[in-house]
Design a protein around this ligand. Sequence first.
Ligand SMILES: NC(=O)c1ccc[n+]([C@@H]2O[C@H](COP(=O)([O-])OP(=O)(O)OC[C@H]3O[C@@H](n4cnc5c(N)ncnc54)[C@H](OP(=O)(O)O)[C@@H]3O)[C@@H](O)[C@H]2O)c1
Length: 307
Amino acid sequence: MSRAVRFDRYGPVEVLQVAEVEPPTPAAGEVLVEVVSAGINPGEIAIREGLLHAQWPARFPSGQGSDFAGRVVEVGAGVEGVAVDDEVLGFTDNRASQADLVVAAAGHITGKPDSVGWDQAGALKIAGTTAYAAVRVVAPQLGETVVVSGAAGGVGTLAVQLARRTGANVIGIAGASNSDWLRSIGVEPVTYGDGLAERLRAVAPQGIDAFIDTFGGGYVDLAVEAGVAPDRVETIIDFAAAERLGAQAVGGAEASTAAVLAELAGLLAAGELTVPIAATYPLDKVREAYTELAKRHTRGKIVLRIR
Ligand SMILES: NC(=O)c1ccc[n+]([C@@H]2O[C@H](COP(=O)([O-])OP(=O)(O)OC[C@H]3O[C@@H](n4cnc5c(N)ncnc54)[C@H](OP(=O)(O)O)[C@@H]3O)[C@@H](O)[C@H]2O)c1
């Protein structure tokens, strides 16, 4: 038997349990990975609470989790270029990574560079590919000004860094406790709350060229009112505003590939990108991990450390 996070009905964090389950086995084209670390994401809270039932219904008992890093322990038929003991990072679309063992498509993993820590590797997928897609779609140019809301969160911390790499000037909207950290990575911090539009005008008197919203709650409207062309506004959460105003809402799906993960892992290995790890929790503290994430004040990522 092996451990896996399970829930058998929609509900609050208390529905999460760590169950003893039959070890999964890889089919053709799949690998079995012994999970070392698994990132957690706000979308999983919405799914567990039943808020996304119309789009992505759960099948009970449901597992949980997309992101993981670990060691390959079995290789399915027809898989080439992957061997037992390989250290990998990747994802599953089957809500299953928060477990001792996960099965993943061989095309959904990439090698973990030795110099990349397990927690950063296990937290990379959802936040990394979403940030990558967001920066790609607003396409910052050298010397332009890009604003990122939720700049200190899981997606935001990576979006600001990837946007900086384009040569754009990056302004990050976050709470005051994140100002020093944002400055340390070359991002101009602006605090959220009353008077935000005026503060943005003060730090970007030349105007804002592109806007990445990772928080929702009015930032798409604010961006368009500030004069940003709607097709250069990407929101990963406020889909209604995107539709109403003609903004982008590409999300992470189009960048959910092993090639993008490999590129991001390469940047981590080269020290050109970092995933701040706010906290790690053992698997049996999965409820505490999500309780912390639900406060919406994480800097970077929270990770389950399975072993
Ligand atoms: N469409 C997709 O493909 C996709 C993919 C991934 C995530 N998402 C969604 O995107 C959202 C962000 O995900 P995440 O993992 O980055 O979340 P997260 O890590 O929980 O974000 C937390 C951050 O939000 C900041 N924050 C809190 N209140 C804020 C406010 N009023 N204005 C601006 N920032 C504020 C916090 O900064 P302070 O601590 O300074 O307050 C904190 O750094 C979630 O809703 C998630 O479901 C969508």
